[in-house]
Design a protein around this ligand. Structure first.
Ligand SMILES: CC(C)=CCC/C(C)=C/CC/C(C)=C/CC/C(C)=C/CC/C(C)=C/CC/C(C)=C/CC/C(C)=C/COP(=O)(O)OP(=O)(O)O
Ligand code: 1GP
Ligand code: MG
Length: 236
């Protein structure tokens, strides 16, 4: 099992608040994806998180919890991703909820399992943008500044360009990747076909496929091979 995120090209993000049959969960977990992220912006509870995690645990694939609600923090994951929404207008989503969670867990957690994601949300229509009151009216220089903030100021191992629900601007994503010093760029949003997965894999280090698992599962599965094909033709 590879817990080194720098080797991950493709991940699926599964939402504890959504239904997925055992058959489809098996196909997703055995697809050859590099990891499964468990997360969602609303309706995530301790119970539905543990339920999904224990179903994924039947398979060998690495399993990460992307924390969006302190009440849904559950043990048993390989890693914990902590989003900090850098362009949130509400500071609760940059540091506020994090401070509260660290009051509870700070002294006992295994820091080797924790990775910070510098999040930049760019689809103003997404649930996450509305919830965090993200400022999505950004020009390229604004996004570059957030990318450098994540990479150089905060030393986040992950810069997450989030277009949840819509396919984003791959030229922008690639430009961010090219300016990073140490962070890896995760791109998520609107990947619902092998062609979009290919475009995203050419721009980002890691592509994240979420909603398509529930809406177009055959297409979602096909994104795994599409990303592999891109990597096979890229110089290492
Ligand atoms: C005992 C034990 C397990 C110990 C470990 C505990 C641990 C690791 C503690 C860490 C402490 C800590 C700092 C926790 C963070 C607490 C917290 C609540 C932070 C806030 C996170 C945040 C900014 C959330 C905002 C929303 C967001 C960015 C969610 C990310 C996922 C996302 C955008 C999903 C897409 O959502 P979806 O529902 O699919 O949306 P659509 O409707 O658009 O599809
Ligand atoms: O659901 P989609 O649009 O695939 O986005 C994936 C992920 O970035 C959501 O956090
Ligand atoms: Mg979703």
């Amino acid at each position: 099992m590879h817990l080194d995120v720098t080797t991950w090209s493709h991940v699926f993000k599964l939402d504890p608040d959504k239904e997925l049959s055992d058959e489809w969960l098996e196909r997703i977990c055995l697809s050859g994806t590099d990891a499964i992220i468990v997360g969602g912006s609303t309706g995530v509870t301790f119970d539905n998180t543990v339920d999904l995690m224990s179903r994924i645990r039947r398979y060998e694939v690495p399993c990460v919890l992307e924390i969006s609600d302190q009440d849904a923090i559950a043990p048993g994951f390989d890693l914990f991703f902590i989003p900090m929404v850098l362009n949130a207008r509400d500071p609760q989503w940059i540091v506020g909820n994090h401070q509260k969670a660290l009051r509870e867990y700070g002294a006992i957690l295994d820091w080797n399992q924790v990775m910070t994601e510098g999040y930049v949300i760019l689809n103003g229509e997404s649930t996450a943008a509305k919830m965090t009151q993200a400022d999505t009216a950004l020009d390229i220089k604004d996004v570059e500044a957030y990318a450098r903030m994540a990479d150089r100021l905060l030393h986040c191992p992950i810069l997450y360009i989030e277009y949840s629900g819509a396919f984003g601007d791959m030229a922008l994503v690639k430009r961010m990747r090219d300016l990073l010093h140490q962070a890896r760029i995760f791109y998520g949003g609107g990947i619902d076909s092998p062609d979009k997965a290919r475009q995203a894999a050419e721009a980002a280090h890691t592509v994240v496929v979420g909603n398509a698992v529930y809406e177009q599962p055959e297409q979602a599965l096909a994104t795994v091979q599409a990303v592999r094909d891109v990597r096979a033709h890229q110089p290492s």
